[in-house]
Write a protein that binds this ligand. Sequence first.
Ligand code: FCB
Length: 477
Amino acid sequence: MTTGTTDYRDSGLEFPADFLFGSATASYQIEGAATEDGRGPSIWDTFSHTPGKVWNGDTGDVADDHYHRFEEDLDLMVELGLEAYRFSIAWPRIQPTGRGPANEAGLAFYGRLVDGLIARGIRPIATLYHWDLPQALEDEGGWANRATAEAFADYARIVGERLGDRITVWTTLNEPWCSAYLGYGSGAHAPGLMDGAKALAAVHHLNLAHGLAIQALREVVPGDPQFSITLNLHVIRPSGPTGAEAARRIDGLANRVFLGPLLDGEYPADVVADTAEVTDWSFVHPGDLEAIRQPLAVLGVNYYSTVTVRMWDGASPKVNADGHKDMGGTAWPGSESVEFLEQPGPYTEMGWNIDPSGLEDLLVALHQAYPALPLMVTENGAAFDDVVVEEADGPRVHDVERLDYLRRHFTAAHRAIARGVDLRGYQVWSFLDNFEWGYGYSKRFGIVRVDYDTQERIPKDSARWYAELIRTRRIPA
Ligand code: FCB
């Protein structure tokens, strides 16, 4: 065993006995069956069917056809030895217009999924919202509209009543940063708006939705449910003399605007000041901050890469290598003058830099700031171009780069544990290749390959490696 190396390729490190190894997906990215059994349209159906929004005109209409193949997919999880499965529930399957009575067929689908997991000994980690907002709610203003947060609590209650104590961890939202800033600010995600004031209103209404949903769930879920939210906190490296100011601004908009209300009961004053020309924050009503701050059993952390920032000097061409598609709007309302510098490589196929030290830094920093809060990595993984080779025992994908990415990030997680972080588990993104939002099917994150013509599933070498890690609880050599 080696320790302390900077390349994060230690082997033999052992994970705690109760550490939850699993993998993650999201409804719109894998399910398909977009119009079946009463599912209503979501903002991602609308967006993906709008020419020019998604690579190649790809949509989630069929995706991995998981809606029809979930039993087979669950069997594959058993083969790999997954202990947990993080999936999301499609709101428009439960309430096709986002309001009103439950659609029984939609509820029944998730009931079968959860029963199937439990029957196989796999812990369900359910996310209530992974970006597929019912289009009818968007038509009323979406997340920029306060009523959406109230509707979300009703939806949470319906799901809580049905799935009850069968869910190991309830996650309210996945990456509200993306929903708010990419959906309403930069235009890269559905609904594709480019309006900084709406993006900030969406931030608040997502925070509020989280709090109201937990209150609703607590009323209906028996036992001692574990409540959570998953954030894509940014790991920010400052560059040069203006780096600290740029990092403060991005930390505010990306991290503290969520952590503040969720965990400390307040919005950071500097963020309110930085955005004063964009909005007056009058969407924050009396009582909201109390509603948002709910005790969390665990905080979900999604991590892929880091950013390096400084303030733009106003003269040279502005650098904007923030790793997201540029549709013309801004993901950083009030802080458009921050430059995102090119990161040192290597990079994944997304163009995201590979830096496992960012994961260790993030987990340790969170633990230091909130020592009593358990953490879970709810997403980590990498897109690479895969090649299928026919071998004597069948088709194989030798995805050495993804395997190496995972090895190094599991090492980083282990180092964080060794430094005292209460890390409860790790959900690899993703179980299956799937619809990667604005990039359509052009980016493959799966540890299991999906052939989109035949829907054949092929566990990649990274999946076999992961199976060994789970079986031995040690990072394989
Ligand atoms: C995260 C999303 C997830 C997936 C990965 C690559 O931002 O939560 O759905 O797209 O990125």
